[in-house]
Design a protein around this ligand. Structure first.
Ligand SMILES: [Zn+2]
Length: 217
């Protein structure tokens, strides 16, 4: 009770601000104006890779791009809440009705160390709270650092062998429906490499949803 009261007082002192435009006209982390800029995509998989559907919730522009950048490069952990909400809003529309286990591609240990946290872990944790679905921390480990490569061909070569499935978790997820979530899909090379890695370990019931999709304008 005391904690609740304290939170209310803190809320009054530090009036909530929109994390994107910093305006104070909101009770949420995202103001109505910024929320308007979120372009949700259709409820169809935008790609089927090796019989695995890959969905994307939003277009990677304006608001969504800013929120992802805040989480990845500006230490704004709160951004994970907004991203999880966007993902959940889209996920509900899909009506997949499966008792999924949520997994996400981990960050390379140096990135995690420099950032102080694993950004997709924070999103998965919040998404798990919203959806009531179970999630496993560190199920997919990134064992190789990937330097940014923008040419599709190089990117594919670059991500080969970049991921490993955590041996301690593999048996817990092997026969379960898996919901693989990630922040962004560009060429698809990363998510496809993760799918390949999961399949090699015998995980086959996979559905992917990325928060955003980069679309060439
Ligand atoms: Zn705003």
């Amino acid at each position: 009770m005391f904690k609740g009261l304290l939170l209310k007082i803190l809320d009054l002192i530090y009036k909530k601000k929109c994390i994107v435009c910093s305006c104070a006209k909101t009770d949420d982390l995202l103001c109505k104006n910024c929320a308007k800029d979120v372009n949700f995509l259709s409820g169809f998989p935008h790609k089927i890779y090796n019989s695995i559907p890959i969905y994307s919730a939003c277009v990677y522009t304006t608001t969504v791009k800013t929120i992802i950048h805040l989480l990845k490069f500006s230490h704004k952990k709160q951004a994970s809440l907004v991203l999880a909400q966007l993902l959940f809003e889209y996920f509900k529309k899909l009506k997949l009705n499966n008792d999924f286990i949520i997994v996400y591609p981990g960050s390379f240990y140096l990135t995690k160390w420099m950032r102080g946290y694993e950004h997709m872990y924070l999103v998965a944790k919040e998404f798990s709270k919203l959806s009531g679905l179970k999630f496993y921390k560190s199920a997919i480990l990134k064992v190789k650092n990937i330097t940014p490569q923008y040419k599709a061909k190089n990117r594919r070569k670059n991500v080969l062998g970049a991921y490993q499935i955590n041996k301690k978790i593999i048996n817990k997820i092997k026969d379960k429906p898996i919901l693989l979530i990630d922040d962004i899909i560009t060429t698809g090379a990363t998510i496809e490499e993760v799918i390949n890695t999961l399949k090699k370990e015998g995980v086959s019931n996979i559905t992917c949803i990325t928060i955003s999709k980069a679309i060439k304008m």
